[in-house]
Design a protein around this ligand. Structure first.
Ligand code: GLY
Length: 369
């Protein structure tokens, strides 16, 4: 068992332990009604949560939402608000989100907006959500015009991370989550990289203990970063706040959007990390051995580290470049990348020369210049 503390305005813990879901009743205190948002595929777990809520003396209100990103629409939001109104959820009541990052994003945003904010509990069920999406107090939904365009910082009262909920998760999903684990390794935790390097197969086995250790290490990295800068407000000069969690995401998001989400998020971030490592090699003098380590570690768990060129179905540089300049992390016309000076030492790369970006992209598609 491990607990990571998020020391934000409304502090909370992420509890990582097999059976953590069973601890739900400890946090129901004072609520007469508990809305439980979940996708259909997790109906069994939602029912278990409902029984736990009932056992704690509160009335569960089960709300089934569409699977994955399909849940994060204005229409689903409006349906959830109507359900809460019909159920008579009051200020002292509670929302629980059980699912991947999309479900917990939606549940958190429903909680943030209901009666100007009610308490909520995040119960992530994928590796990606456990180490990133469901734990840092970012909540929101999408618009047809773009992902996460509406949202709020609204911390959960607790995150219950139950590794038993991962059993049966498709390996592709596990890999996608490991990309974020490895991201935390490169920005802040050498030991994570060593653990993956020592035994990549163990890192992929969600029924084994190694993956729990990796998740706990990753949550600890994120807790430290978010505690210092919940609202992503403090990247000044050499000091980089929450923005560092965006490592690999600038190109990653562009690939994700250009391919209409055909690749999993972590698969895109893995490609984005290789690109930005190549860019940091050129712009910040990152040692070539660290760039190669990106390819080796990511490749060892089966993540692609080479992007197809446009003749082979990949999106061309010009389109990706345009999408990156529209990324919501871009400030004004300034293109910003989180880079590394060395393993574990992040540094911003601001408006790098075009040629350096083109060369880094060429290296990503395997055309060495
Ligand atoms: N996933 C990036 C963040 O939480 O800031």
């Amino acid at each position: 068992m491990s607990t990571a503390h998020f020391a934000t305005d409304h502090p909370y813990d992420a509890i990582i332990e097999p059976g953590a879901l069973e601890r739900l009743p400890e946090f129901v205190g004072g609520a007469a009604k508990v809305a439980i948002l979940h996708p259909q595929v997790l109906s069994g777990k939602a029912q278990l949560a409902a029984d736990l809520v009932r056992g704690a003396g509160a009335e569960p209100v089960l709300i089934e939402v569409p699977d994955g990103e399909h849940a994060k629409t204005s229409q689903v939001l409006a349906e959830c608000w109507s359900r809460l109104a019909l159920a008579g959820l009051t200020r002292t009541d509670l929302v629980v989100g059980i699912g991947g990052g999309a479900t917990t994003d939606l549940a958190g945003f429903v909680a943030a907006t209901w009666l100007r904010g009610v308490r909520w509990i995040s119960v992530p069920t994928t590796v990606l959500a456990m180490v990133d999406a469901a734990i840092g107090g970012k909540t929101g939904a999408d618009l047809p015009e773009g992902k996460n365009l509406i949202g709020a910082f609204w911390e959960p009262i607790v995150v219950l991370e139950d590794p038993l909920l991962l059993v049966g998760l498709p390996e592709r999903e596990v890999r996608s989550g490991l990309a974020e684990v490895i991201k935390h390794g490169f920005i802040a935790d050498e030991r994570t990289l060593e653990l993956v390097e020592q035994n990549p197969a163990e890192a992929l086995d969600v029924s084994g203990e190694r993956v729990h250790e990796l998740i706990a290490r990753s949550v600890a990295v994120k807790a430290k970063v978010v505690s210092a800068d919940l609202r992503e407000a403090t990247s000044v000069g050499e000091h980089i706040g929450r923005e560092q969690l965006n490592y690999g995401h600038t190109l990653g998001h562009a690939i994700e959007a250009s391919e209409h989400f055909a690749r999993r998020h972590g698969e895109c971030v893995a490609l984005g990390m290789v690109f930005v490592a190549e860019l940091a090699h050129r712009a910040l003098g990152l040692d070539a051995s660290v760039v190669e380590r990106h390819r080796r570690v990511l490749g060892s768990v089966g993540l692609a580290t080479q992007y197809p060129d446009s003749q082979s179905g990949g999106t061309g540089w010009a389109t990706l470049r345009e999408l990156m300049s529209r990324d919501k992390k871009t400030r004004g016309n300034t293109l910003r990348f989180v880079g590394l000076r060395e393993q574990g030492h992040v540094a911003m790369i601001v408006d790098p020369p075009e040629q350096q970006m083109v060369d880094a992209f060429r290296a990503l598609v395997g055309q060495h210049s």
